[in-house]
Design a protein around this ligand. Sequence first.
Ligand code: UDP
Length: 328
Amino acid sequence: MKSVLITGAAGFLGSHLCDRFIAEGFRVIGMDNLITGNLKNLEHLFSHKNFEFYHHDVSKFVHVSGELDYILHFASPASPIDYLKIPIQTLKVGAMGTHNLLGLAKAKNARILVASTSEVYGDPQVHPQTEAYWGHVNPVGPRGVYDEAKRYMEAITMAYHTFHGLETRIIRIFNTYGPRMRLNDGRVLPAFIGQALRGEDLTVFGDGSQTRSFCYVDDLVEGIYRLLMSDYASPVNIGNPNEITIADFAEEIIKLTGTSQKVIYKPLPTDDPMQRQPDITKAREILGWEPKVDRAEGLKITYDYFKSLPEEDLYRKDHNNFEEYIKR
Ligand code: UDP
């Protein structure tokens, strides 16, 4: 039986990855320090004989007993409001966390895939973004802690590949959505759906002309799986090229939820990228991958998930343990 360590296992993407690797017959070790992750996302796996959970912060030395075939490094705060609240932890998990996991991969002779991001392109001056574009990032802006940690993650991963011959994979993930996103993590989709469910107006930042391209989580997981199993070590964009302005996206959510609320406008956050769309030529050619779930279908599934949550979740300010964590 093959084994895989998944960091950030209790998070949105990590928990979907745990499900996928359990379904593929792997022994899965999920690791999370639970500052932004939620054990509810893994509850259904706790009784599975092939699943184990380690409560651990990967910025500290990582020990796993037994053999490991694969490592997927998905631990990180991933929402702009999270990395504003915990900037140093964000830097540490991308930098020291990645270093620890590369060391573990080397010790276990495991293949490692690291979760990079479209944020390495910053506020891009090239559109759509190909992997060859080096990016336009403000290192000292509010997003710098995330963007630069992920850029360092790519650099050190490539160094382990070229210097130690480690088998490495780098995925650049574009905006992804689906069930198990945190309702109050500040990102646009849960923000709008939460507002609609609470009967509040939808807050569009700036004039709403900025664009994003949203990928449904099942498509992303398929792309990750294919990249891991490929022999391609350079970065690969995975995302859905279907681009939409945030203003139009708000209208889609209003139609989907049937809310009678309106859109209100708030200031655009500093360094908010104006446009973002993945060029997925590489993923198509190398992995034979492209997204299959269109936005209408994915949004419906995601909306049904948010509607099924207990009502108190709608009013909870944070679904995280920052306060407790920072005290430690
Ligand atoms: N946004 C918005 N209203 C909100 C939350 C976000 O208009 O209540 C905008 C945000 O300014 C950005 C886009 O939606 O332009 C996507 O933001 P998100 O935080 O989801 O992720 P990003 O792609 O910026 O990392």
